[in-house]
Design a protein around this ligand. Structure first.
Ligand SMILES: Cc1cc2nc3c(=O)[nH]c(=O)nc-3n(C[C@H](O)[C@H](O)[C@H](O)COP(=O)(O)OP(=O)(O)OC[C@H]3O[C@@H](n4cnc5c(N)ncnc54)[C@H](O)[C@@H]3O)c2cc1C
Length: 377
């Protein structure tokens, strides 16, 4: 009998497994395709700050970042390269916005003295940033937990216990990313945004990570680099996935153009000499409109509205009185910063589960529930 059964072995699932295991819990983690086989295996995986004036969202991102930089250093220093990032202005981040924290400015000439392969660019340097190997880190995080490769179709609950293909557990944590959720929660409106990472060899020595719409990593120990971006919205009505990106017609049709686009964008920042593509990874990350991730106990939408129909008209019901799916929790919607958020959120969820600490409103299931119930029903 496991204390927790986690479904989805990406950044979210592996991080919560790690924190609960550390507290002495007995953990099983399941994935249909293996560890870090979804968005997490495709991730860049850059750990970068969010520039701009302080607001609730970028404070949340930057708090998560500083927690996660320490976390990765401790968990697997060999899969983590702490090097800063040069941010180059683009349509979303003007020079003023990038310089909000008075970061070090590099002119084009200054960059060329560091590396003559830099193109005519200028930017701001953020020292607190890094780059990880997502598959290695994910595997490291679940050391000591039992892993099962299975495709879960439904959750069976009887006499206070979940029994899933003979794997029994008291609690379930859903960390499914963009995949069709095992428990219906219409208020968590996930949409997938597709992206690509290209691992390549180059003889160019890249002194630090570079970001302008796309990201380029500094050289890893074997001299390879990663180039990544997630920008492509899925236009189809089929918003959630039952297949991996490798098999998704939407993505396959577009792969060549995407790789070329990524390399072209990278070469506008720095000349990548003797470039040889090793492998392209595809993935879809899950986001919700607010950009905040979601974490906590899963509310039973229909049962709660049946009991309290006036919620639709704005009646506020205390969160303890809402009806919840028994012992089911979620950690999802990590967006474009999954590896920045995962350890920070996993720590929050583990404290909530073990010590009953509060979850901040902006990342709670309750916030999404009330909003959706009032607007959509
Ligand atoms: C190309 C790309 C580049 C990115 N770059 C960065 C970056 O630089 N920095 C950063 O921090 N983030 C980045 N991200 C975002 C980051 O990868 C995601 O936010 C994060 O990986 C999401 O993790 P997850 O665990 O929620 O989802 P996933 O990694 O998708 O994991 C969900 C897992 O659940 C499994 N699963 C779902 N349903 C079932 C079921 N019923 N039965 C069994 N298994 C199931 C799936 O197989 C999958 O492995 C990038 C994403 C992409 C796609």
């Amino acid at each position: 009998m496991y204390d927790y059964l986690i479904i989805g072995a990406g950044a979210a699932g592996c991080a919560i497994a790690h924190f609960l295991k550390k507290e002495g819990k007995n953990i099983a983690i399941i994935d249909r395709d293996g560890v870090a086989s979804g968005a997490s295996g495709a991730a860049g995986a850059f750990l970068s700050p969010l520039a701009g004036k302080k607001n609730p969202y970028n404070s949340f991102v930057n708090d998560s970042l500083s927690f996660s930089l320490d976390f990765y250093k401790e968990v697997s220093s060999e899969s983590f390269i702490k090097k800063g990032v040069l941010r180059v202005a683009d349509d979303n981040f003007s020079k003023d916005r990038l310089n909000e924290l008075q970061n070090e400015y590099y002119s084009s000439d200054a960059l060329k003295t560091i590396c003559s392969d830099f193109k005519e660019i200028e930017g701001f340097f953020y020292a607190d940033a890094g780059h990880i190997n997502p598959a290695e880190i994910s595997a490291k995080m679940i050391e000591g937990c039992d892993f099962y490769k299975k495709d879960i179709i439904e959750l069976k609950y009887e006499n206070g216990v979940y029994d899933i293909h003979g794997i029994r557990a008291k609690n379930i944590i859903l960390t499914q990313g963009v995949n069709t959720p095992l428990v219906d929660a219409p208020y968590i409106e996930l949409s997938p945004i597709f992206g690509l990472r290209v691992d390549a060899k180059t003889s160019t020595k890249i002194p630090f990570n570079i970001h302008k719409s796309i990201s380029i990593s500094t050289n890893k120990k074997d001299n390879t680099i990663a180039i990544g971006a997630t920008q492509q919205r899925h236009d189809s009505k089929e918003m959630l996935c039952n297949t991996s990106c490798d098999k998704c017609s939407f993505y396959i049709d577009d792969e060549k153009t995407q790789v070329e686009y990524l390399l072209e964008k990278a070469n506008e920042l720095i000349a990548l000499r003797d470039l040889e593509v090793i492998k392209a990874y595809k993935g879809a990350r899950a986001s919700i409109k607010s950009y905040f991730p979601v974490v906590g106990a899963l509310i039973d939408f229909d049962a709660t509205l049946e009991k309290y129909p006036s919620i639709k008209n704005g009646t506020k019901i205390p969160k303890e009185s809402l009806l919840y799916h028994p012992n089911i929790y979620i950690l999802n919607a990590l967006g474009s910063r999954g590896f920045v958020f995962a350890p920070y959120l996993a720590n929050i969820l583990s404290q909530y589960l073990l010590e009953k600490t509060e979850i901040a409103d902006e990342i709670s299931t309750q916030k999404l529930f009330f909003k959706y119930a009032r607007k959509k029903v």
